[in-house]
Ligand binder design. Structure first.
Ligand code: ADP
Ligand code: MG
Length: 239
């Protein structure tokens, strides 16, 4: 479904991704884990076509991600950027509806989809008229998720969606995300630096370190047969 072939990306002298090859299977949830600065957000930006690789290529299904095809391919992906990226001057409803309005969806279709999404994400429909600043952190994340899901894309990319939440809200959202992923059967890539979250949500884990993939496998693989001592160190530090 998503394939990276020998992808490298630098910002000036800094090599942020270094010869990354990955295949992410359709319908699976992949957790991308690693230290801050390891290249996780850049990896998502390349998948979604917001950044172009210096070398190598990104494929979405049978299509190569390239400047000419990026807009079209992006329609197949829902993307929640780090920190949510909601427009503060728009209500939750307007934020979620943004792309569907651009595509000319009629009001009835938009409101039907919004209702489905409120049920799916357990978001109180009456709070749709509030502005982001008037919502709790957990609710804001639910709104970002709804916005990403509005057009029902087959691929969902989430960049540290639970990063800024208190532990209890985080635990609740983890449970909800898991059941949403299970219900929707989408291809999901979720970035996190949290070991328990990656283990709980990821069918497979991609461990990034200094722009390289140290290992791709189940959490069990990472524990039982770590490809690098740093993986064990990283997991132990959070145990
Ligand atoms: P992560 O999400 O794992 O924390 P990022 O992909 O955001 O890592 O960043 C990896 C490295 O690339 C960091 O050192 C960061 O400062 C640098 N970087 C990311 N985006 C840019 C950019 N647009 N310009 C320059 N440097 C960047
Ligand atoms: Mg990041």
């Amino acid at each position: 479904m998503i394939k990276l072939d020998k992808v490298s990306k630098s910002y000036d002298a800094l090599r942020v991704l270094d010869d990354v090859s990955l295949t992410l299977a359709q319908g699976c949830t992949t957790a991308v884990m690693g230290l801050s600065g390891s290249g996780k957000s850049t990896l998502l930006a390349l998948i979604v076509g917001l950044e172009a690789p210096d070398q190598g290529e990104v494929r979405i299904g049978d299509d190569r991600m390239a400047p000419a095809s990026a807009l079209n391919l992006r329609r197949r992906m829902g993307y929640v950027i780090q920190d949510g990226g909601l427009f503060p001057h728009l209500t939750a409803r307007r934020n979620i509806e943004l792309m569907s309005r651009e595509l000319g969806w009629r009001a009835a279709r938009r409101s039907k989809r919004l209702q489905e999404l409120c049920t799916l994400t357990r978001f109180p429909a009456e709070a749709l008229e509030r502005y982001p600043a008037e919502l709790s952190g957990g609710q804001r994340q639910r709104v970002s998720l709804m916005r990403a899901l509005m057009l029902d894309p087959p691929i969902l990319l989430l960049d540290e969606p639970l990063g800024a939440l208190d532990p209890m809200t985080r635990a609740r959202l983890q449970e909800d995300l898991k059941s949403i992923f299970r219900t929707l059967k989408k291809t999901v890539v979720i970035v996190t630096h949290d070991v328990s979250e990656a283990a709980f949500l990821g069918d497979t884990i991609v461990f990034l370190h200094q722009g390289r993939v140290l290992q791709q496998g189940s959490f069990r693989d990472l524990i039982a047969a770590p490809a690098d001592p740093f993986i064990t160190e990283f997991i132990r530090a959070q145990a």
